[in-house]
Design a protein around this ligand. Structure first.
Ligand SMILES: Nc1nc2c(ncn2[C@@H]2O[C@H](COP(=O)(O)OP(=O)(O)OP(=O)(O)O)[C@@H](O)[C@H]2O)c(=O)[nH]1
Length: 414
């Protein structure tokens, strides 16, 4: 790639003003006011006691939907083609999409490795096929190195990371024929080395009851879906779970959470649209304490009238919960949509500074050829990555493991 092209790419990737990214930037103030509206009646799970016990083989909520094709993205989900369209600026309620329900995809492979590789297929074929094409019947020289770097940049590994990996691959291999699998092997090792320090499980401490998880992220990033997947996971482990519908900005988000509550056997605490999210979180925490609930997961709005309003609301939620439990929330998970590409870096920076993010969940890795963004994130932020989402189904969320991810995106076997 020519120098000027690379500069243009650098500017495109990193040169944007911060205020052009993130949830909203308009400077229109009023944050939602506290209200006294009572908690809506707690939505009781249908038959929590009948829910499959720990270790139940299939946590899929609706087995009979197995033949249903995956639901399309909600209309407001950020797309790969329009990564900057993170959040419109209006306070007007958007048209209500049908609540996204957990949708097991038809004929999904059973093992995690198969699901992971299937989910990361777009990224791995872009990198893997690119490398195979590049190195078949060609020697390793400056031109192939440049092309390799381009392949990695296109997969969103980031310019700095791509340059580092390319350099490592090039070491001692100049002017000799090289097997594409050797290149993929070095690539996987380099990526794994970056990912190992951030691949940390989310430990639900048994002595924190409830263990409070606050979910943050821009609208459409997959917060509510991830909450549903987490609820299913914890319920399958035999824990009691309460969900607080803190995205009071969007009525459909509350409905969506209730669907997940019903399907996973988690209790849902909700209020009317526009209610004070911090008050709701406080009451949910109280209720979770009173009922001896193991895990409380608090949803939040991804879109408010502006970025400052959103951050103020998140700060208030944390402040208010700490009045009852000085250590709450015990985890603040930032949900990032992989299809937004480099914009995820800006979101990590903004939410990391203001919301006290303790870990990341990256969703929609199945919807992009640029899954390398997770490597760039690990490299730049060092934030722990707890889970990745590789599909809309309830089973498509798994703990993040460095080696598996690195080998999968390099297009190698387990
Ligand atoms: N393909 C794919 N789709 C996903 C994944 N995670 C979530 N989605 C879809 O992304 C869309 C948006 O997800 P939501 O969970 O509603 O996102 P949100 O962050 O709660 O959005 P708001 O409620 O608007 O703040 C839904 O259609 C989900 O099914 C994933 O890992 N892969």
């Amino acid at each position: 790639m020519a120098e000027n092209e690379k500069r243009t790419m650098l500017e495109r990737l990193f040169g944007r003003r911060k205020d052009q990214t993130g949830p909203n930037v308009a400077d229109v103030p009023p944050a939602p006011q506290a209200d006294d509206s009572p908690l809506s009646p707690i939505v009781q799970p249908p038959a929590v006691a009948d829910t499959p016990p720990a270790g139940a083989a299939e946590p899929r909520p609706v087995a009979e939907t197995d033949d249903t094709p995956p639901a399309p993205f909600l209309p407001d989900a950020p797309r790969e083609t329009a990564p900057e369209a993170a959040a419109p600026e209006s306070m007007e309620p958007e048209p209500e999409p049908a609540p996204a329900a957990p949708v097991p995809a038809p004929g999904k492979p059973a093992s995690w490795w198969q699901r992971l590789t299937a989910g990361l297929k777009r990224t791995s074929s872009s990198i893997g096929t690119g490398i195979t094409d590049l190195f078949t019947k060609r020697k390793f020289d400056a031109a192939t190195l440049e092309e390799l770097e381009d392949i990695l940049i296109q997969a969103d590994l980031g310019v700095a990371m791509a340059a580092r990996v390319t350099e490592a691959i090039g070491k001692g291999r100049h002017d000799r024929a090289i097997d594409p699998d050797e290149v993929k092997g070095v690539l996987a090792r380099e990526i794994e080395a970056v990912l190992v320090p951030v691949a940390k499980p989310l430990v639900v401490a048994a002595d924190k009851k409830p263990f409070v998880i606050l979910m943050v992220g821009v609208n459409g990033s997959g917060k509510t879906t991830t909450i549903g997947k987490l609820a299913a996971k914890y319920r399958a482990e035999g824990r009691s779970v309460m969900l607080a519908a803190g995205d009071t900005f969007r009525a459909a988000a509350v409905e969506q959470l209730k669907v997940w509550g019903t399907r996973t056997g988690a209790t849902v605490v909700a209020r009317d649209q526009g209610a004070d999210a911090a008050g709701l979180a406080f009451d949910a925490l109280q209720s979770a304490r009173d009922t001896g609930t193991d895990v409380l997961i608090v949803d939040t709005a991804g879109r408010l009238q502006n970025k400052a309003g959103l951050m103020a609301e998140l700060e208030k939620i944390v402040r208010v919960m700490r009045k009852m439990d000085a250590e709450a929330p015990h985890a603040v998970l930032l949900v990032l949509d992989a299809t937004t590409g480099q914009n995820a870096l800006n979101q990590a920076e903004i939410f990391g500074k203001t919301a006290g993010v303790t870990g990341l969940v990256m969703t929609k890795l199945d919807g992009t050829a640029r899954g390398g963004i997770l490597v760039a994130l690990a490299d730049k932020t060092g934030l722990p990555v707890h889970f990745i989402g590789v599909g809309e189904g309830v089973e498509d969320l798994e703990p993040f493991t460095a080696r598996d991810f690195a080998r999968a995106i390099a297009g190698l076997d387990a």
